[in-house]
Structures are given as structure tokens and as C-alpha cells.
Design a protein around this ligand. Structure first.
Ligand SMILES: CC(C)(COP(=O)(O)OP(=O)(O)OC[C@H]1O[C@@H](n2cnc3c(N)ncnc32)[C@H](O)[C@@H]1OP(=O)(O)O)[C@@H](O)C(=O)NCCC(=O)NCCS
Length: 149
């Protein structure tokens, strides 16, 4: 990529830059969240007691994408797993490697935290995301069931 790309944790003072990306991500999923949930999520990213994190992808100094990830225990492993919950790149920044760089950065964080696995989900019809994921990780054929409580 010719442009200057930096991946780093999203700072607590960057809420204004993160807001439109978060809104874009929710719109991509044709959903909305109560404001207090977004506020809580933002607070958790910056609470050292919480195992949930936000990495930002910066293109020429502007926040243009994010990866949100968290760590949890597993019944199958000694070490924790890392779940990459949200990945988003602004439309104007797509196709030049930011998504790949964000996933690589989450993997590096997970390795540094001694996690034994990074995993993520996507919808089967998300061809754009799968074009990237199929190059980076294995699809083991799991499907997700969900029961909302
Ligand atoms: C999925 C998403 C994060 C990818 O981000 P991105 O920055 O465009 O991805 P990259 O530029 O790193 O793409 C990496 C690879 O995927 C391929 N790719 C990306 N978009 C593609 C497309 N539309 N068609 C074909 N291949 C594509 C590229 O060829 C590239 O391969 P390469 O690195 O071998 O050259 C981005 O499209 C996005 O935010 N989509 C909307 C939200 C979403 O779907 N999030 C994921 C939810 S699980």
C-alpha cells in the first residue's frame, strides 16, 4: 500500500473518530444498538479490568477501520482463546490491505497474550469478508445457532 498505514489501540480520546465507523458497522448489519450499550462498550475498551480491546487502522493519520476482540477461557485448552468480534473498514479505505493488517495485528496481540487461538464468525453470504478470510484462516464448517434470551 502506498499510503501510510498504522495499526494501534484506539485511544480513549478518539470516540468522535470511532463513532461513525461503529455506526457504519451497525448499518452494515442493518441493526442499531441503544446508546448506553455503545457507551458501555467504549468504556470497557479502556478499562484495564476488562478483557475486551479495540485496535484501530489509521490511514494517513485518520482512523479508517477497527478490530474489536476479547479473550475468554475454553474447556478445550489451557490458554485462553481470542474472539475477533467486530471488523470494519470504511468504504473509502477498502481493498488496500487494512482488513488484513487489522486481523494480523489481533493475531499478534493474541500471541503476545499467550492465547492459543484467534477465531471469528461471518455470515455465509458475506463474499467480501470471506474473500479475505479464506486467504488468512481455515473454515472448519461450523454454523452458528443463536437463541436470544
Ligand atoms: C471485510 C472488510 C473488513 C475487508 O477489509 P479490506 O480492508 O477491504 O480488506 P483487505 O484490503 O485487507 O483485503 C484483503 C484481501 O481480500 C481481498 N478482497 C477484499 N475485498 C474483496 C472483494 N470485494 N472482492 C474480492 N477480493 C476482495 C483482496 O483481494 C485482498 O487480498 P490480498 O491481500 O491477497 O490482495 C471490509 O470489506 C468491510 O469492512 N466490510 C464491511 C463489514 C464487514 O463485512 N466486516 C466483517 C464482518 S465478519
Amino acid at each position: 500500500m502506498d499510503t501510510d498505514v498504522v495499526i494501534r489501540p484506539v485511544g480513549e480520546d478518539e470516540r468522535e473518530a470511532w463513532n461513525p465507523l461503529w455506526a457504519g458497522y451497525l448499518a452494515f448489519y442493518k441493526t442499531a444498538l441503544p446508546q448506553d450499550i455503545s457507551d458501555l462498550t467504549w468504556t470497557r475498551f479502556h478499562d484495564p479490568e476488562e478483557p475486551i480491546f479495540a485496535l484501530g487502522g489509521y490511514v494517513d493519520g485518520e482512523l479508517a477501520g477497527f478490530a474489536h476482540y476479547l479473550f475468554h477461557r475454553s474447556t478445550w485448552a489451557t490458554h485462553r482463546y481470542c474472539y475477533l468480534e467486530d471488523l470494519f473498514v470504511a468504504e473509502t479505505a477498502r481493498g488496500c490491505g487494512l482488513g488484513r493488517a487489522l486481523i494480523d495485528a489481533v493475531c499478534a496481540k493474541a500471541l503476545a497474550a499467550n492465547a492459543s487461538r484467534v477465531y471469528w464468525l461471518t455470515q455465509s453470504g458475506n463474499a467480501q469478508a470471506r474473500a479475505l478470510y479464506d486467504k488468512m484462516a481455515d473454515n472448519l464448517g461450523f454454523i452458528q445457532y443463536r437463541k436470544v434470551l
